[in-house]
Write a protein that binds this ligand. Sequence first.
Ligand SMILES: Nc1ncnc2c1ncn2[C@@H]1O[C@H](COP(=O)(O)OP(=O)(O)OP(=O)(O)O)[C@@H](O)[C@H]1O
Length: 612
Amino acid sequence: KKEAALSVARNMAQQNNPGAVQCPVCSQDFEAASINSHLDVCLLEAEQGDQKEDGKADTPPCKKSRTSADTAAAAEFTPGQGAHLAAAASRSAPSAVFSVFQGSKRTKPGEPHASVSSKQGGFANTNGADLSPKGVKAPGSSPRGVRAAGADAPRPAASGASACAPRGPCAPESVKPLAERMRPDTLEEYFGQNKVLGENTLLRSLLESQEVPSLVLWGPPGCGKTTLAHIIAGNIKRNGGARFVSLSATSASTAEVREVIKQAQNELRLFKRRTVLFIDEIHRFNKAQQDTFLPHVECGTVTLIGATTENPSFQVNAALLSRCRVIVLEKLSVEAMEAILLRAVGSLGVGVLQGDRADSEDSGDGSEPRIYIEQKALSTIAHLCDGDARTGLNGLQLAVQARISAARLGQASEKTQPIIIQEDHVKEGLQRSHILYDRAGEEHYNCISALHKSMRGSHENAALYWLGRMLEGGEDPLYVARRLVRFASEDVGLADPMALTQAVSAFQACHVIGMPECDVILAQCAVYLARAPKSVEVYKAYGNVKACLRNHQGPLPPVPLHLRNAPTRLMKNLGYAKGYKYNPAFSEPVEQDYLPEELKEISFFDWTPANV
Ligand SMILES: Nc1ncnc2c1ncn2[C@@H]1O[C@H](COP(=O)(O)OP(=O)(O)OP(=O)(O)O)[C@@H](O)[C@H]1O
């Protein structure tokens, strides 16, 4: 391997600068005299990177945690960073980039690293202390009323799993949040999203035929965007067809993007290998960064897979977007969530209770309690997590950890009793307000639009619902109040001029008393506006005025002299105010022009601009 690399390096040296030699592995330039020793280190590091943790190094970066329990765990470990890059990072500034080389060797069973897979890890607290449900029997030995979770679920945590926590490279695996450990590796383990990934869908056939086009995966948090990228990466790796590189737009700089592109060009030129570049949260890249890889996506050096929670039509460079296929992923259905949770429960060795309690059941080996979760509790998580698998899995993990800790602190006699996780326990772990509504995201605009349209359609019931979705989700009441003021004029208008008074009063009341007391004020106003008669006469007419001004060719017509004030003699002499008829001085209607000569015939109330 080294000989081949050396010969490539020498060729490059001859072609380019005879003084400098570019390393074909890391693409950095070196003195010809030092390339040999550098390659020794670089190849070794690359190989270590390949061997690392059963190929996990090519996975997209560890996702952000959303619960306090995960935060510490995630902070301790950033999976997916290849050893060669970790070493590179020690030479230079820390990098958000990590790259993966193909053909990684899997650690043999029996070797220390292979002793625990991501799916076998027991529970661990954030200090790495083992909280595995030791002594839990396999689902096959479950008591009456308990069924095994997920037929294809991985085996339950063995008591030996805890030994992994403090040891070598597998220790971080056990402190990963459950959602991270349960990240599927194959499409078979990927639940839901049938519209885009079901049988006979375009994306599925493309993935099966190993043809990965540039993609933008757009969907709400936790619906499986990164996971899908991870599965695609696995497919690519198994096929050996391309190299997979991952960047997070939250931390990667333009220089790092350029570096990835440079490496991709080298890979293509030297090894005829494409690069698939995964960019998480692509909407966070600025235009300059997006522009950097545009030509390389276009010419095929890089196949881009971007993930975003934001509408890509607003956030992603139009030119880049037009070169990518946009895949819209949806919130996971309750059924898909139940399947995901069952798989997780199975991997933890937690039994599922169907109706009957197992209070009086034995306690396994007599020293450690068994753990069960009520089916109802699982369904509650599936419903409450609002289609966000990460939230659901985090909620499950918190509930189980909390129950195990409580059991350990309890009376000695209780310590051998089965641990049962009930609905109330899981509710504690899920923060509903976060789940309902994302104030910063697109949902904010979707909900206010739904409220506006419900009021316009005089549907007081729906108006109340959308208002509740926003307020209970933590929306700023003044944001809603401002919209009600606008609605009172735009949609109710002169059909009920009191609507504007109502809305402005509601705005002021919200301003003065704030949440939670102002909720009912907004509700009253929303219902008033929904019930009010509607008129868009003024709104439309004013729109016509704006269009008329916008479309006007040449200089705007002057204000007619008779409509001007004449406060000075000079102005009077110039004809200002001449011929103006003061209406109160006339007993009968006054004939007078109020528009410029050329607009005299236009009525903005029934005129339609030519280009509308
Ligand atoms: N469709 C799915 N099938 C099985 N598990 C899933 C699925 N979607 C998500 N998960 C689980 O949820 C976790 C979080 O999912 P993922 O990181 O893919 O979400 P995301 O859409 O990228 O979220 P975000 O936008 O917040 O980054 C995964 O680690 C995995 O365990």
